[in-house]
Structure formats: structure tokens, C-alpha cells
Design a protein around this ligand. Structure first.
Ligand code: MLT
Length: 255
């Protein structure tokens, strides 16, 4: 099983205290969590780069193999139980973990994501972007995403930083991730089977994952949707303090 690049923050993990594992959005890497992690210094955190992004090697397969690699990476780091939170693509991967490795999960956080499949046009757009990324356009294919990732009035420095991350996305990883996301099934049923503390959170200005998507996941988990005012799809980058408070609360409920 492949091992992915991972990073540890905060206090040493005591026996019996599961770390909080954070899975990032497309087409970024684990750096997107930096401000959120700084805002919860008392929580033991692990972040992981998705296959082909950041320092992780590429992977054969889709989000299911990514989820297996997360479980394998945690096992190699000595972690057998974790609170896992994923934002957008990270959430899709967490849902695959819910289906394939439920015993690993002490709690789940689903941020700016959805458990349902894409409509046919959405899937076709993903496959088109995968092709374009592997052609002449390369990482330029993701540059326009800056307008859908952020809310209506992001601070200029946030816009600049996220734009910079977009230019750094490896074209082969863009293509892999888009094909993997296009192939994901509906996983609401798997979520209904899970009986651990949950958090469902969205930026109130998220134009990619809507309130109804979040309400469906919250109902499946028996919780409510937390909305973060003033943030768009990348809630953890735009409103790191509010997201850190919600994640620290999830961790406290799950430990
Ligand atoms: C993400 O932020 O991970 C992407 O918006 C996911 C997607 O394209 O559905």
C-alpha cells in the first residue's frame, strides 16, 4: 500500500487520544490548513498531501485507493483511530474512508463538500479538464477556479496566496483528481451507518457545495449544519478561526 506525505502539529498524541487528521481540497495541498492549525494549538493534528500533490507520490486508482492510502499512512504513523475532517475533495475522500475503514474513525468533519454524485455535465467537465491539464494548458486550467473557491470579498492577501497555490498544482495530479472525483458514487448510505460525533460545515457563500448537500449529510449524521459567514468554498482558508473552533469542538466531543 502506498504511503502519502504527512505532517504532524500540536501536542504529542497521548495514548487513547485520537489525532485530528485533515484532508485538503482540490487542487491544493496540505498547506491550506496552516492558519486553521495555528488557531487550535492544543489539538494534535496530522495533515496529509493527496496523491500527486505536495510531497505525495502519485497513485494508481481513484478516491477509494486514496482512502486506503490514508489508512495505510496513518497505520505507518502508529495511528489506529482518528478524527478525520476533509474539505471538498478531502470530504469525498473521507466518505470513501467511511465506507472502507469505518473502524478507524472516532469522529468525522465534512466541510464544503457533498456525498452525492455529480450531474452528467459536471462529470463531463471534469474529464475535459483532466485532458486539458495534460495538454498545453497544464496548471493554467485551474487558474479560473479562484473565482469559485473564494467568497465574494476575500482579503487581497488570501486571493493572492490561493492564486499562487493554483499555479503550483501539478498537471498530472489535476488530471488524476478530476477523473477520481468524476467516478465517485453516492455515499449518503455509508454515512447513515456511521455512529460517531460529526461536524458538517460550509462557508455561507460556498457556490460549489450548497446548503441542501450539507443538510443531507447532517441528517445522515444526526447533526446540524454549521455555516461560516463571510466565507466561500475554502472556508478553512478564509475563516480559519471559526473553522478551528468547530474542529476543536469536534475533536473534544470525539476524544
Ligand atoms: C475542491 O475544492 O476540492 C473542489 O472544488 C472539489 C470539486 O471539484 O468538486
Amino acid at each position: 500500500m502506498s504511503t502519502l506525505a504527512w505532517y504532524r502539529y500540536g501536542p504529542e498524541v497521548d495514548d487513547g487520544v485520537p489525532p485530528l487528521v485533515l484532508l485538503h481540497a482540490f487542487p491544493l495541498d496540505a498547506r491550506m490548513w496552516a492558519l486553521t492549525i495555528s488557531a487550535m494549538p492544543g489539538v494534535p493534528v496530522l495533515t496529509i498531501d493527496a496523491p500527486g500533490f505536495g510531497a505525495s507520490p502519485p497513485l494508481e486508482g481513484g478516491l477509494e485507493e486514496y482512502a486506503d492510502a490514508v489508512a495505510g499512512t496513518l497505520a505507518a504513523a502508529g495511528v489506529t483511530r482518528a478524527v478525520v475532517a476533509g474539505l471538498s475533495m478531502g470530504g469525498y475522500t473521507l466518505l470513501a474512508l467511511v465506507e472502507r475503514h469505518p473502524g478507524l474513525l472516532a469522529g468525522v468533519g465534512l466541510l464544503d463538500t457533498k456525498a452525492t454524485v455529480d450531474p452528467p455535465q459536471g462529470r463531463a467537465n471534469r474529464l475535459q479538464m483532466a485532458e486539458a491539464a495534460l495538454g498545453e494548458q497544464g496548471a493554467q486550467v485551474v487558474a479560473p477556479m479562484i473565482d469559485t473557491l473564494l467568497g465574494q470579498t476575500p482579503p487581497e492577501e488570501v486571493r493572492t496566496e490561493v492564486s499562487r497555490w493554483l499555479t503550483q498544482a501539478p498537471p498530472s495530479a489535476i488530471a488524476w483528481a478530476q477523473r477520481a472525483m468524476a467516478a465517485r458514487p453516492d455515499r449518503l448510505a455509508a454515512l447513515r451507518q456511521l455512529d460517531v460525533p460529526g461536524l458538517v460545515l460550509r462557508g455561507a457563500q460556498d457556490a460549489t457545495a450548497g446548503l441542501a448537500d450539507h443538510q443531507a449529510m447532517a441528517t445522515a449524521l444526526g447533526t446540524d449544519v454549521v455555516e461560516v459567514d463571510g466565507a466561500g468554498h475554502l472556508s478553512a482558508v478564509e475563516s480559519p478561526h471559526q473553522v478551528a473552533t468547530a474542529l476543536a469542538d469536534l475533536h473534544a466531543r470525539a476524544r
